[in-house]
Each structure stands twice: as structure tokens, then as C-alpha cells.
Design a protein around this ligand. Structure first.
Ligand SMILES: Cc1ncc(COP(=O)(O)O)c(C=O)c1O
Ligand SMILES: Nc1c(O)cccc1C(=O)C[C@H](N)C(=O)O
Length: 398
């Protein structure tokens, strides 16, 4: 049992706002400013450089990684923090290609993947210059395309536009049956759906912590390497903090033990402090409970919006087992409608060409929020409140 009324009080939510964009950037945990203030004044301020040892800054990436591991069904000691998700995608993919069957040249992904993952794959292929090909199929066609010519799959479990959820167990099992190495992007999974990386024998996984995990803008990413591979992988980004003995300052790289070798450079100590405050709230729950509650909230929103707004077309799978923790509707004036909604205190976002996207996070969203958001959306749609010049100009960040 999780007391969701209590977890809701742990976040700062501006008055009058219903926040349905935690799938892009989670809200501020109320304890985070005091914690960051403490880390800055008591640790950075007083300990200066001795903070690396006395305050445990150097061990923080693995310590925080273990807290994330619990939420993604990973083994202790298999997750480490640092860098951005795009960097972690590159690292995981490079190491996966290194483990893959040598004469296979295809990286398989799908058109529901976030563009940065595809861009990073393109960049890696260019720099390796070994004839790799990025094959991008539709999400529905991924399974059929896992065949004996594939080296690595690079799949984001939850589609950022539609919320469609891949079956990680089934796809991983099929990949292994064909000798394919798997890289899973958990950006829209961590804190949103229940995954069991260890149980499904995933090879590599990566994810960010600023969405459902509420670590704050620019919060560091994480990387998972299955313990059976961790001492074999050869990091492409061989930075000094992934070295076996960083402070020996040897001239040549020797990989550190296990997951430590996936570290690159200096840990973002202040950002990790904010993330730790966010993870304190996660200590009060577990992913099975979150998943069940998230499915109720998304189902309620779909039912409410379909009844009130027949002009919106559901883009998210209706079966709760086939979606993540977001609901998307298609509407040709979706950008303007989202701006009108935001002006009325309901914050979601828009993804081109026509997707209105809403994220549901049981830690601070309840049934009343869902119903009220649907009522306001109905007002926007019934009264064409989106048809206003202020809502037509696209902002730089949407
Ligand atoms: C699936 C996925 N991959 C990669 C990224 C890029 O992450 P970052 O900006 O942290 O590198 C995002 C979101 O921005 C994402 O949703
Ligand atoms: N990472 C973001 C950012 O730095 C600014 C604005 C939005 C984002 C996002 O997270 C985009 C996100 N991956 C998405 O699902 O659309």
C-alpha cells in the first residue's frame, strides 16, 4: 500500500496547476532545495575538495544507481549514473556492437524511437566505419524483423509520442533466440511502468531521471549492464573515472571493475543531490503499485476525454497492458489546443505533427485532477478556445 495523498504533499505544484507533463520533466520534490543547500554549504562550502572522500561524492554514481536499480528490476551493482541519456545510448550501443556476432551489420530500431537515439546510432555508425546499417521499421514490425542478420536491437520501451509499450520480455527472448544483443531505452519507463531487467535477461539499458523520477532539469542519466557482461564490455567512452585506478594516472586505459567502467568523467554532485531527494519519495512505494494506479488514471482520462471530446482521436493503445503512463490524442490544431489548455492551468505537451500528450504520475496526480483536466479540455474543445492568435506561434521548446 502506498499513501498517494501523502506522496502528493512531497511535491511543489504551483497553485491552480494540474501537471500532466511529468513524462517530460517531473515537478520539484519539496525536500530538494534544502538538500541542495546542505550539500552546497556543508559539503562543498566547508569540505571543499575533501568532499570527494568525506562526503562520499565519488561513490555517489553507484550508490544512486542502486536506488534506481530497485525501480527497474535490476541487480544491485548493475546501474551507474552520469552524463546525458544521449551519451548513455551511445555508450550502450557501442558496447553492445562489440559483443555482437562479428559479421552482423544491422542495428534494428523503430520509428517510434526518440530521434536522439537514432541520431546517436547514426553518429556511432559513421565513426566506426565498419559497414553498420541502422534499420528503422514501424513499432508493429519490430518483432518480425528480429532475425539472424541483426547485431543489436535499440528499442525505447514506451513510444514517446503514442505511449505504445513494447513487450520487453517477449522481444528480449526472441532477440536472444536469434543471437541478438539488446539495448533498451527506459526514458519513458523508469518510474512509469514495471520492468524486470534481470528477470527478462536484458543485456543493456539506459534511461533518464528528469521525467517520471523527478530528478530535475538536466538530471543525470543511468546505464545498466547485465552482470554477465559487465566485466567483458569495452567502453567506447573510456574516461578516467571508468579506469580501474583513476588516481594512479596511468598513461593507458584499463577498464574498472564491472559497471564502474561505464562511468566517464566527474559526477554531477549537485544534480545527484536533487535526484536523491526525489528518490526518497520513491522509497515509499514500489513499481507494481505505481503501475496498477497509473493504469487506473490513464483509463479514467481516456474514458472522460472520449465522452467529452469526440473530436479528439485516441493515439494510445486502449488496452492498459499495451501502454505506458501517458495518453495521447490526435487533433489537427493540437498545438494551439495545448497552448489554450496550458493557459487554463492544465499542463501537457504537444508532439508534431498533431499529438496532444498527457503524462500520469500517481505520486502526485489523483482522480480529481484527471476529471478536472478533462472538464477543462472539454471547455477548450467545445468553445474552440484554441482558435486564438496567441496560441498559434510555436515556441522554441514545445
Ligand atoms: C527515449 C529518449 N531517448 C533519449 C532522449 C534524450 O535524452 P537527453 O536529452 O537526456 O540526452 C529522450 C528525451 O529527451 C528520450 O525520450
Ligand atoms: N529532455 C528535454 C529537454 O531537455 C527539453 C524539453 C523536452 C525534453 C524531453 O524530455 C523531450 C522528451 N524526451 C520527449 O519525450 O519528448
Amino acid at each position: 500500500m502506498t499513501d498517494f495523498a501523502a506522496t502528493k504533499t512531497r511535491f511543489h505544484l504551483p497553485d491552480g496547476v494540474i501537471y500532466l507533463d511529468g513524462n517530460s520533466l517531473g515537478p520539484l520534490p519539496k525536500d530538494a532545495p534544502a538538500r541542495m543547500d546542505r550539500v552546497m554549504r556543508d559539503e562543498w562550502g566547508e569540505l571543499l575538495i575533501t568532499g570527494w572522500n568525506k562526503a562520499g561524492w565519488m561513490a555517489q554514481p553507484a550508490r544512486v544507481g542502486d536506488r534506481i536499480a530497485r525501480l527497474i528490476g535490476a541487480e544491485p551493482g548493475s546501474v551507474v549514473m552520469g552524463d546525458t541519456l544521449s551519451i548513455k545510448v551511445y555508450q550502450a550501443l557501442a558496447s553492445a556492437l562489440d559483443l555482437a556476432v562479428t559479421d552482423r551489420k544491422v542495428i534494428l530500431s523503430d520509428s517510434g524511437n526518440f530521434p536522439s537515439d537514432l541520431y546517436m546510432a547514426e553518429g556511432l555508425i559513421r565513426s566506426l566505419d565498419r559497414g553498420y546499417e541502422l534499420r528503422v521499421v514501424t513499432p508493429e514490425d519490430i518483432e518480425a524483423n528480429i532475425t539472424d542478420d541483426i547485431a543489436v536491437t535499440l528499442i525505447t520501451e514506451v513510444d514517446y509520442r503514442t505511449g505504445r509499450l513494447h513487450d520487453m520480455n517477449r522481444l528480449t527472448a526472441k532477440a536472444h533466440a536469434h543471437g541478438v544483443v539488446t539495448v533498451w531505452d527506459l526514458a519513458h519507463t523508469a518510474g512509469a511502468t514495471q520492468v524486470e531487467l534481470a528477470a527478462c535477461q536484458a543485456d543493456f539499458a539506459v534511461g533518464c531521471t528528469y521525467k517520471y523520477l523527478n530528478g530535475g532539469p538536466g538530471a543525470p542519466a543511468f546505464i545498466y549492464v547485465a552482470p554477465r557482461h559487465a566485466d567483458r564490455v569495452r567502453p567506447a567512452l573510456s574516461g578516467w573515472l571508468g579506469h580501474d585506478a583513476p588516481f594512479a594516472f596511468e598513461q593507458s586505459y584499463r577498464p574498472g571493475a564491472g559497471i564502474e567502467r561505464m562511468r566517464v568523467g566527474t559526477p554531477p554532485v549537485l544534480a545527484l543531490a536533487a535526484l536523491e531527494s526525489a528518490l526518497d519519495v520513491w522509497d515509499e512505494t514500489d513499481m507494481a503499485t505505481i503501475r496498477a494506479r497509473s493504469q487506473q488514471l490513464t483509463a479514467l482520462f481516456i474514458e472522460q476525454v472520449e465522452r467529452r471530446c469526440p473530436m479528439l482521436e485516441l493515439a494510445t493503445p486502449r488496452d492498459p497492458r499495451e501502454r505506458g503512463s501517458q495518453v495521447s490524442f490526435r487533433f489537427e490544431n493540437g498545438y494551439a489546443a495545448m497552448q489554450a489548455l496550458i493557459a487554463r492551468g492544465v499542463i501537457g505537451d504537444f508532439r508534431a505533427p498533431d499529438i496532444m500528450r498527457f503524462g500520469f504520475t500517481p505520486l502526485y496526480i489523483d482522480d480529481q485532477d484527471v476529471i478536472r483536466a478533462a472538464e477543462i479540455l472539454q471547455d477548450v474543445m467545445d468553445n474552440k478556445l484554441w482558435d486564438h492568435p496567441d496560441y498559434m506561434t510555436r515556441q522554441a521548446v514545445t
